[in-house]
Design a protein around this ligand. Structure first.
Ligand code: FAD
Ligand code: NA7
Length: 548
């Protein structure tokens, strides 16, 4: 409990070794490492009323991980791997939330967290190398280290549609979904057609009285391939986990499949079709993009071959040609690859319709629904915003974060957000990020685990060597930015406007936000930096004489 300080009536700050912000996969593993394995005093601060992060907030119907069940989990404890179980090849939101709750209880982590509490500011004091963290309830902590695990797809994006406040029905965002709302029989409008929009439309199409999907940019989606997992398959996976994780951690996208090494450009059109067809039957978006051929993400002709294949499937699947036309993308296949559990089939139902917003943009919302520029009023009981997130740096920019010399994070990141290795940036000592800007673009749990382990090892190194502060050198940050930019610009992803480049938020300056060089290469770089004593970091010692 806080004590009253002598010079005021305000509670004195609570002194801890580390503050961890967020209770998703990243935050709970960081607390486990610091508290249980390193015996440090830690407080976890989480805005939500419970753990789960993404899987706490995104409770919309149809919410599903599109990473296969066997690799959307922690790998750090073989006992946890062996005792956990799954019935299907993909995990639903309630299953993942349940998993996270079991993890937090197994490692007795709940007692370190304060839920329902938002960190609003973090200010660094150079005199004693301590951060002061304040929450929305006025609680103040002082800590040597901050681990930000605030989520890269966490700050929701609410579109600026005139009249939205006048809408008389339910206005919902998929990323802040209320528990227990029943939309059966309702007239539902869904805005947005990313991963979330396709999932929610597929699920609600089955129960809504009428569903209108408002699509601005149609996307390419392939079947997810969700299927039951037999006891024998589960046992086999559990027997092979060591080899599975070795493969995941040395691969590019870490999705648990071997990435193709064969360029589509090197094979015949017939062979391309055969491989695409077999991937279509197998399922998974990342598999379709990275398991079929090695060049879909870098060669526009190969990318177009994949895109044309998916377009042909949309034409085959959607029986109404007008709906099919509105659902068909024509640009590059260059966003986070999507997969679905019957999205295109949903439009064969009479109660499901599609509005192409490039042809008839939304002009406004009214009390009764959405009006498009052709004058049509789409009468609705519910509007669902599946409009995504201010990704990666969004949650950082909301906080009042001040580093060395009082430098504000938004001033540092004025041009673009930067980091060294996605885990720290210059001028912000002892301040770490899980999935910060220019971290790896992969199945994320293995990347989160990798980063948390590396960050906490660096903290352990600092403690062991009497280090008072550690932060990347400016030249290290510049070099990493350059590396990420060079790799990104060699891919088709850089040619599409999406959240991967911060190009989905009006007014946000697009920039490179990910290291697209793969998890294996990323881990090799992390290991190299640790192996030579973190010389890319500026280090100050408790004993000033050693700080040179
Ligand atoms: P999060 O889970 O986002 O947790 C961050 C937490 O920090 C949140 O609970 C938030 O409330 C809290 N927080 C933020 N700021 C503050 C603050 N100032 N004070 C207090 N608390 C704060 N990834 C995959 O690899 N595969 C998938 O299939 C996949 N599917 C996804 C589906 C959806 C619908 C979404 C939205 C994301 C998906 N992701 C997927 C990405 C997913 O975000 C990551 O896999 C992972 O869950 C991120 O964990 P995290 O701990 O880094 O962040
Ligand atoms: P995404 O992928 O960013 O998709 C958001 C969707 O919302 C996309 O179709 C947008 O169209 C649409 N959008 C956003 N603003 C508007 C406005 N103002 N009007 C109409 N349509 C709009 O977010 P998701 O939640 O689906 O997925 C994010 C990630 O989470 C996903 O990749 C997984 O990793 C999980 P646009 O394409 O911009 O034209």
């Amino acid at each position: 409990m806080s004590e009253l300080s002598s010079d005021s009536n305000r509670p004195a700050p609570r002194e801890v070794d580390a503050v961890v912000i967020g209770a998703g996969f990243g935050g709970i593993y960081a607390v486990h490492r610091l508290a249980n394995e390193m015996n440090m005093s830690v407080v976890g601060i989480e805005k939500a009323d419970g753990p789960g992060g993404t899987w706490y907030w995104n409770r919309y119907p149809g919410a599903l991980s599109d990473t296969e069940s066997f690799v959307y989990r922690f790998s750090f404890d073989s006992e946890l791997l062996q005792e956990d179980t799954w019935a299907e090849s993909y995990l639903t939101q309630p299953e993942i939330l349940d998993y996270i709750n079991r993890v937090i209880d197994k490692y007795d982590l709940r007692r370190h967290f304060t839920f329902g509490s938002e960190a609003t500011s973090a200010v660094y004091d150079e005199n004693d190398s301590r951060w002061t963290v304040t929450t929305d309830s006025g609680t103040v902590y002082r800590a040597k280290y901050i681990v930000n695990a605030v989520g890269l797809l966490s700050k929701i994006n609410t579109p600026d549609i005139p009249g939205l406040d006048d809408f008389n029905g339910d206005l919902l965002h998929t990323g802040a979904w209320p528990e227990g709302i029943d939309l059966s029989g309702k007239r539902v409008g869904v805005i947005g057609s990313g991963s979330t929009g396709t999932q929610v439309v597929t699920a609600l199409g089955k129960v809504a009285g009428h569903l209108t999907h408002f699509i601005r940019t149609p996307q390419y989606s392939v079947p997810v391939g969700k299927r039951p997992v037999s006891e024998a398959e589960l046992a086999e996976t559990k027997r092979n986990f060591d080899a599975i994780w070795d493969q995941v951690y040395s691969s590019g996208v870490a999705f648990g499949f071997e990435e193709s090494t064969i360029p589509a450009s090197s094979v015949s059109k017939e062979e391309q079709q055969r491989v695409f067809q077999s991937a279509w039957e197998r399922g998974n978006g990342f598999y379709f993009m990275f398991g079929t051929f090695s060049d879909l993400a870098v060669d526009e002709a190969s990318n177009e071959a994949a895109a044309a294949f998916i377009r042909s499937k949309i034409a085959e699947t959607v029986t109404d040609p007008e709906k099919a036309r509105k659902l068909t993308p024509h640009d590059l296949y260059a966003r986070r690859p999507l997969c679905d559990d019957g999205f295109y089939q949903t439009f064969n139902q009479d109660n499901v319709d599609v509005v192409a917003l490039r042809e008839t943009p939304i002009s406004k919302a009214t009390a009764n629904g959405i009006v498009t520029e052709d004058g049509t009023l789409h009468e609705l009981d519910v509007i669902i915003l599946a409009t995504g997130f201010d990704a990666v740096d969004g949650n950082y920019r909301k906080m009042d974060i001040r580093g060395r010399g009082g430098k504000h994070i938004n001033d540092r990141w004025q041009g673009h957000p930067d980091s060294y290795l996605g885990v720290a940036t210059a001028e912000f000592p002892n301040w770490f990020m899980v999935l910060g800007p220019n971290g790896p673009f992969t199945n994320l749990v293995p990347s989160i685990q990798t980063q948390v382990e590396w960050i906490t090892e660096l903290i352990g190194y600092a403690e062991k060597h009497g280090i008072s502060s550690v932060e990347p050198k400016e030249e290290s940050v510049d070099e990493w930015t350059e590396t990420c930019t060079t790799i990104a610009n060699a891919t088709v992803f850089a040619k599409a406007d999406s959240w991967i480049f911060g190009a989905n938020i009006p007014g946000k300056k697009p920039s490179v936000l990910f290291y697209l060089g793969g998890l294996g290469n990323y881990r090799a770089k992390l290991a190299e930096v640790a192996s030579h004593g973190y010389s890319e970091f500026a280090i100050e010692y408790d004993d000033v004489a050693r700080s040179a």
